[in-house]
Design a binder for this molecule. Structure first.
Ligand code: SF4
Ligand code: SF4
Length: 262
């Protein structure tokens, strides 16, 4: 049975989850949402199982995933599922996704949220050491269980969560309004070595290296890949990221992230 999984990933949590599901199911195609470009044109997958794997930003979907969902025309007879990776709290992105898909004709058959290490240093230091390892081990187990449910085509549509939905109604609209220009808060320390990694890992091609330094192009998704993958921690955002450590999924390489651009 063919499966097609669409993914978006900043620090590798969602790509690692999508890969784990794909490899366990077999006969599975991974498609980068960022590689599909633009906001126009229907996306019609040809698969019996269709999945969406992405993180949660400000209690909602990354802007690029919301735009993708508006273009997705999943066949009526396919099994349509979603897996959200989250570091803080909230499953409200699943009901948001379900709502967008229903406007297009059909909702999710099943949806799950899997806790992964948090990766937004402006708000909190990413977990480190043993704590990080424990979260990742639990995530691997949770994803393995989710995969078996997908294999059985289990019916588990997203449930309305009043608290996180309320929080989303408050924080998500300003996030979406400002997200593309949020890269105006990135700045560089003197440690930059002009290696170009930030340009490679940006999933949406929002960074150009000019005179050996990254220049942000105001099409940002605020995924933080550039900040986390910089090998010398030269990239900062706002006032609170200098001493908050960095995070990237341990199974993901710069080359893996580079494939997102398509
Ligand atoms: S990844 Fe870091 S060191 Fe490399 S070019 Fe970008 S900012 Fe400079
Ligand atoms: S510029 Fe940085 S934060 Fe913005 S989309 Fe690219 S990698 Fe993500």
């Amino acid at each position: 049975m063919k499966t097609c999984i669409y993914y978006f990933s900043g620090t590798g949590n969602s790509l690692a989850a999508a890969k784990q599901i794909c490899e366990a199911l077999g006969d599975c195609e991974l498609v980068s949402i960022a590689s599909l470009g633009g906001v126009e044109g229907a996306i019609v997958p040809e698969a019996e199982r269709v999945g969406i794997v992405c993180p949660i930003y400000d209690f909602g979907l990354p802007a690029i995933v919301a735009a993708f969902a508006r273009r997705l025309h999943a066949p009526d007879d396919c099994y349509l599922f979603a897996v959200i990776t989250f570091g803080g709290a909230g499953k409200s992105a699943l009901t948001q996704l379900d709502g967008i898909l229903r406007e297009r004709g059909r909702g999710l058959d099943a949806a799950w949220a899997v806790a992964m290490p948090g990766n937004f240093p402006p708000i909190a230091r990413p977990p480190e050491g043993r704590k990080r390892e424990e979260i990742l081990a639990k995530a691997d187990t949770a994803i393995a269980k989710v995969t078996e449910k997908i294999r059985r085509r289990e019916h588990a549509p997203p449930e309305f969560t009043p608290v996180t939905s309320l929080l989303r109604s408050l924080t998500y609209p300003p996030f979406i309004r400002n997200v593309h220009g949020a890269d105006g808060k990135f700045w560089l320390t003197g440690a930059c070595t002009s290696c170009g990694t930030c340009e490679k890992v940006c999933p949406v091609g929002n960074i150009e290296i000019v005179d050996g330094r990254p220049v942000w192009q105001h099409r940002c998704q605020l995924c933080m890949a550039c900040l986390h993958f910089c090998p010398v921690e030269a990239i900062q955002w706002g006032k609170r990221t200098e001493h908050r450590g960095r995070y990237r999924h341990h199974r993901l390489t710069v080359q893996d992230m580079e494939t997102q651009q398509g």
